[in-house]
Design a protein around this ligand. Sequence first.
Ligand SMILES: NC(=O)C1=CN([C@@H]2O[C@H](COP(=O)(O)OP(=O)(O)OC[C@H]3O[C@@H](n4cnc5c(N)ncnc54)[C@H](O)[C@@H]3O)[C@@H](O)[C@H]2O)[C@@H](O)CC1
Ligand SMILES: Nc1ncnc2c1ncn2[C@@H]1O[C@H](COP(=O)(O)OP(=O)(O)O)[C@@H](O)[C@H]1O
Ligand SMILES: [K+]
Length: 494
Amino acid sequence: MREAHSVEQVRAAEAALMAVLPEGTLMQRAAAGLAVTCAGLLGRVYGSRVVLLVGSGDNGGDALYAGARLARRGARVDALLLSPQRAHAGGLAALRSAGGWSLPADAPGFPAAAQRLVAAADLVMDGIVGIGGRGGLRAPAAELAQAVGQAGAVVVAVDLPSGVDADTGAVPAVVEGLPSALSADVTVTFGTHKPGLLVDPGAAYAGVVELVDIGLEPPAPVLRAAQHADIARLLPRPARETDKYARGVLGLAAGSERYPGAAVLATGAALHGGAGALRYVGPRAVGDAVLAAHPEVMVGAGRVQAYAVGPGIDTGEEARERLAAVLADEVPVLVDADGLTLLAESGPKALRNTPGALLTPHAGEAVRLLAGLGEESTRAGVEADRIGYARRLAAGYAATVLLKGSTTVIADPRGEVWVNPTGTPYLATAGSGDVLTGLSGALLAAGLSPTEAAVCGAYLHGLAGHLAADEGAPCSASDVLRALPGAWHEVCGA
Ligand SMILES: NC(=O)C1=CN([C@@H]2O[C@H](COP(=O)(O)OP(=O)(O)OC[C@H]3O[C@@H](n4cnc5c(N)ncnc54)[C@H](O)[C@@H]3O)[C@@H](O)[C@H]2O)[C@@H](O)CC1
Ligand SMILES: Nc1ncnc2c1ncn2[C@@H]1O[C@H](COP(=O)(O)OP(=O)(O)O)[C@@H](O)[C@H]1O
Ligand SMILES: [K+]
């Protein structure tokens, strides 16, 4: 499991450790790890050209000490000092004594000289700001970030890409055509992951994230990302003497005469979710289509261990009655798509008799659910702070919330948050959400908690998307559905 901690938690853990270690030890540990990664990326350090972008704090200090280590191994290292009076004094002295160079931003001809150095570099280290950063890049850092983006060098962010908010992953809007954050190929982060490295848009700026252990012992994380072994532990496996009812029965209320495909996709995915049986409830004609595609489905209401409701049910009176009937059953329920639009109209009270709920909105549906809590929001606002909004929805509806999109975030009502590390933009295809609903619903019926079902469902769905879009060919939701067994195999066979 990968764990991420807030800036406040990192500062507290660092303070506790610094109190018992000789001064500068943590920065030396950080710089040593950073230099090792950079050396690996360079391949041959001797004769290579390295440029350091150095801000006014300890993030710049890390870059200077790491640069000194590379200079000692024969690299030509130039430090561009963006706040010349406040550059880390010890780091700068170390770089100079190792034979490195520095160029202060207030030197005559700085912009042109800096741009020339960046254009000729093999590797650029971004030590402008780390966890002490507030807001986006400003001049002259923003101009340099643009030059870095156009150069061919490998870009390594120190701790996190400058301009990315460490706690949320938010990146401020572009100002006058200049980037507000630096885009890295690799981020070398210290002690623990920061949430902004795992959640878009920040995650997209971070590239590959490498963690350097500096001995921090932080408390419970604010954000978690599962890995294969975590998922394998949670997935249901039939006991030797089980039967189909003991494995769990999912009731699925999806599809309408207008949108029959949603029911076919969701039931198809549910058959690969580890439950023992599946009951489809809905219009007769849709039930016939489901049976034609999946003859193992039982059509008609009956006893179930969980419900999944919403994809393609439409939003009219009939749909409202279907949702009400499902919620009256008092079993755990997953609500998606049209079901969320209807739920937003009545607000959280509609879930009061439900023993556990999982809501799976995309950003647009999240805006509606927030309106159901009396909170105004926009799609772009939700996408810029996924963790914050997922948390608010989970608390407001007393439910687990799986917020879909380029990064899927899962928040439970107690405040625990997960980010899904699998997936591909090819999953942005019609019907892919219906597959996620069927799969996660079946996991819920098999006995997983709403949060476990969400974490495992999103993970397998993302892996299936990868398998379906193998070698970059666009895939359909049906392809993702067919790839689900392969995703289970990848997780459980690891
Ligand atoms: N505290 C520690 O024990 C350790 C800290 N380390 C490093 O120290 C970093 C944190 O250092 P600091 O607390 O000095 O903070 P930073 O170096 O992240 O940045 C703070 C400085 O940047 C300026 N600044 C803030 N936002 C800016 C912006 N948008 N544009 C330009 N300048 C801006 C501030 O005025 C301040 O001077 C970590 O990210 C990590 O790289 C590591 O050396 C490991 C140990
Ligand atoms: N840019 C993206 N990168 C990765 N996954 C994405 C992206 N956009 C959407 N997805 C995923 O694709 C699925 C789309 O679901 P949804 O929006 O409900 O679509 P539909 O209603 O058409 O099925 C979700 O699992 C979502 O997380
Ligand atoms: K940085």
